[in-house]
Design a protein. Structure first.
Lengths: 289, 314
């Protein structure tokens, strides 16, 4: 009986062993890599829910009862890790800016599932566009632009934020362009449309061309003249500024327009326009997909 | 025949009508005096003496009838008379009787009229320019204006038969008394009513509005009119909210100035300012909006305020 038992056990064991080579349950490798399915991620949902719930119940202006706070916290937690903080930052910023409670909560909720970079972008851009000591736009425009350039931006929000802040600061500064709010606003919007055409954003290249046009002994344009030229150059992407300046140097120093700044400018701009052209092969490849 | 010695002659004094006097007194302000007394039997004539009141004899008249007319300037007089009989006997003079010749009262037109003006909404009064028929016997005119409750609102002595003045809203009547030295006529009511229409107060005249030098506090400045109260309403509109909501009054209105208290929450505000005064319709309001933006330090404190709340300490 005991033999049988042992045998049975052996058979059971052997049977298990025999099948084990093809049974991953029993012979799973010691080091396992696991991942969420494609397009998904793992979240500390309990942590996010607790943080969100605590934050909502603690806010004296929200006046949410428990069921409401639970519902809202659940919604926030859907944003996965960091969602509570993202929600909280946007909510507090809007509340301190004088936005109505309900609207502040609703907008903040839309940021909960976004990236931290987009929230950083919104916070920074909103301040730069809305506050009286920066671009000082009216709330409606400031709000819409900030959302367009952060939460709803299709490109790299981090790069855009850096570009935006750099351009605004340079434009308003007495050591920079020292322009008024209206002109700085227009210039910033014009330039940041092209941020994604540059690896490091539009501002560094903008600054190079600006300094060349303003301070080079062969150019020496005033601010107004320089700003008439720059948007056209910057619109043509990464290589346009270099192409433009190379043409200008060539034409003014060695080329056919030595001393004739106006003609050199015109031709340099035309050549800079050619810095970004259609790519037939890429178009074909995109169509094939 | 009764003895005339003790006859007491009582006089009936009358003054001639304006029509009669006007013809006679073109050049000097005198009035026509009529005296009548009781007829004495067998009287041949009557002798009448006129003197200044307790003063010197001015004139002696004789009259065959118990009636005498004479011109006299404005003033106080005394008269006495005696009878001379047909048989030559002469009675004694009566006691001196005092008579006062007063300035003639102003003669207003018979037809009642109304003079209506609108009150000036800045001065809160209506302006009148009135005149009345001149009176030769007057050296001055005493004008009194009465409100409906008979209280005197204006009391002036003027040289000419006209005057200009301002009155608050309401209905009034006035009287004129002619004055000559110490002598005054009867107080005659004019046949004219003065009406100052109740108008609407003018909209407050704004002198300035905007942010104070510190760029934090909005303030308003307007031209304040004495006697007028200024009222204000404030409404608040958080950004993205649907509409303005009234909020309790903030700050103080004083001397045509209002300044918001510090630390009004950011957002849009609408102030409504209007004037009120008793007896007037409130003025049209002045309505304007202003915006208070947050400051950078406040917005930059968000993370510092939030992060302690986000510690998962459970």
């Amino acid at each position: 009986m005991e033999f049988l038992k042992a045998g049975a056990l052996t058979i059971l064991f052997l049977g298990q062993f025999a099948g084990a080579q093809s049974d991953e349950r029993y012979f799973a490798p010691l080091t396992t890599s696991y991942a969420a399915p494609k397009g998904m991620k793992f979240c500390d949902s309990a942590k996010e829910f607790k943080l969100a719930f605590k934050m909502l119940r603690k806010d004296p202006d929200l006046s949410l009862n428990d069921p409401q706070a639970i519902q809202t916290a659940l919604k926030i937690a859907e944003g996965c890790d960091g969602a509570s903080r993202r929600f909280g930052r946007v909510y507090l910023l809007l509340k301190k800016s004088g936005v109505a409670q309900a609207q502040a909560v609703n907008t903040a909720m839309t940021f909960a599932p976004q990236s931290d970079a987009r929230v950083d972008g919104f916070m920074e851009l909103f301040k730069k566009i809305f506050l009286a000591n920066y671009l000082n736009l009216d709330f409606a425009n400031a709000y819409r632009l900030s959302l367009d350039l952060s939460r709803d931006y299709q490109g790299d929000p981090k790069k855009l934020r850096k570009d935006f802040v750099s351009i605004v600061d340079f434009c308003l500064s007495n050591k920079g362009l020292a322009l008024d709010f209206k002109n700085c606003s227009e210039l910033t919007m014009n330039l940041t449309r092209h941020t994604d055409l540059y690896e490091n954003g539009v501002f560094p290249e903008f600054r190079k061309v600006y300094d060349y046009l303003r301070f080079n002994k062969r150019t020496g344009l005033n601010i107004k003249e320089a700003l008439l030229v720059l948007p056209r150059v910057m619109a043509k992407g990464e290589k346009a500024p270099a192409n433009f300046m190379e043409m200008m140097r060539y034409l003014l120093e060695k080329g056919p327009f030595q001393g004739s700044q106006t003609d050199a400018l015109k031709l340099s701009l035309w050549v800079a326009d050619l810095s970004m052209r259609p790519d037939p092969e890429a178009a074909r490849a995109a169509m094939a997909q | 025949m009764q003895p005339w010695r003790n006859r007491i002659i009582s006089f009936v004094v009358a003054f001639a009508s304006l029509g009669a006097l006007a013809a006679e007194t073109k050049k000097s302000p005198q009035r026509l005096v009529e005296l009548q007394w009781g007829e004495a039997e067998n009287a041949a004539q009557y002798v009448v003496e006129v003197r200044h009141f307790q003063g010197q004899l001015l004139k002696t008249f004789t009259s065959k009838k118990p009636l005498l007319k004479f011109k006299a300037p404005i003033g106080d007089y005394e008269i006495r008379a005696k009878v001379e009989g047909i048989d030559g006997r002469v009675g004694e003079f009566s006691e001196w009787n005092r008579i006062t010749v007063l300035p003639r009262a102003v003669a207003f037109k018979d037809k009642p009229t109304q003079k209506v003006v609108d009150a000036d909404s800045n001065k809160l009064t209506g302006h009148f320019k009135i005149s009345w028929p001149p009176e030769e016997t007057a050296k001055k005119y005493h004008l009194k204006v009465y409100a409906l409750d008979d209280s005197v609102v204006l009391d002036v002595m003027v040289d000419s038969p006209n005057w200009e003045f301002d009155l608050p809203p309401g209905e009034y009547h006035y009287t004129i008394t002619t004055v000559s030295g110490d002598f005054i006529s009867d107080e005659i009511p004019a046949n004219q009513t003065l009406i100052v229409g109740k108008a609407q107060l003018a909209q407050p005249e704004m002198l300035s509005h905007g942010m104070d030098a510190d760029k934090i506090r909005p303030s308003l400045n307007w031209k304040a009119i004495q006697g007028v109260d200024y009222k204000m309403k404030l409404a608040y509109h958080p950004y993205l909210a649907e509409e303005f909501e009234s909020i309790p009054p903030q700050g103080e209105i004083k001397d045509g100035r209002w300044s918001a208290p510090l630390l009004l929450p950011p957002g849009l505000y609408r102030w409504t300012l209007w004037a009120e005064a008793k007896g007037w319709r409130p003025s049209p309001p002045v309505i304007e909006e202003f915006e208070i933006k947050p400051t950078e330090p406040i917005l930059s404190s968000v993370d510092k305020e939030l992060d302690p709340q986000l510690k998962d300490d459970e």
